[in-house]
Design a protein around this ligand. Sequence first.
Ligand code: HEC
Length: 192
Amino acid sequence: MKFWIVAGAAAVSLGLAFAAGHDIHAQLLGQTSEQATVDPSMTMPPGYRDWPLISVAAVGPPLNDLRAKLGNDIAMSDLRQATIPYRDGAIIARLAWKQTTDDQTSNAFRLQAQQVGLSADAIAKLLSQSFVAGGATNVQFMVKDSNKYASTGGWGFAQFTNGKPDAIVQQRCFACHEPAKATDFVFTHYSP
Ligand code: HEC
């Protein structure tokens, strides 16, 4: 009985957190008693927005975001040559935006769909799952420094909202990345 009460409370708090529209990463971090802190040595790497694209992903309801992973030169060459572990200096950025729709885009798809004879139902379905990037949520980074971050697989983790660092628990970021140990704790694969 006790178990169910505890499990129920956890589910409710997770649900509420999701309803607030926050990032899944932040939500799971919120479930810990460890003290979330900002690492002052971790700043937004200059020019990261112009780094090459590694790949993209989307997370469904209730998060509903679109994400892009970008890599600096060291990360890109390690990815392309499958260098594991990544070399010190590699940085991977994860950008994310709310899924939204754009009238011009949707109208163009609708017109084309009508021309090829899709049913009204099929068109509605197509448009209900067609999105463009809306407002940015947050940016996360993984920075490789095998000495400095030895306790978290050699990666420093950081998160920024509106350019400002968020207080996080590095160990919690790392714990969830552990299943990707075989690829040096990086989930994303390079999309050619
Ligand atoms: C719930 C588990 C979980 C937690 C907690 C988590 N991550 Fe992730 N992270 C993932 C998954 C799964 C991906 C790949 C899919 C994606 O990008 O959403 C990922 C991707 C990333 C990437 C792109 C590189 C890669 O591994 O694919 C970065 C950078 C990143 N996370 C940083 C962080 C930071 C910083 C934190 C802590 C604030 C954190 N993550 C916490 C699961 C997690």
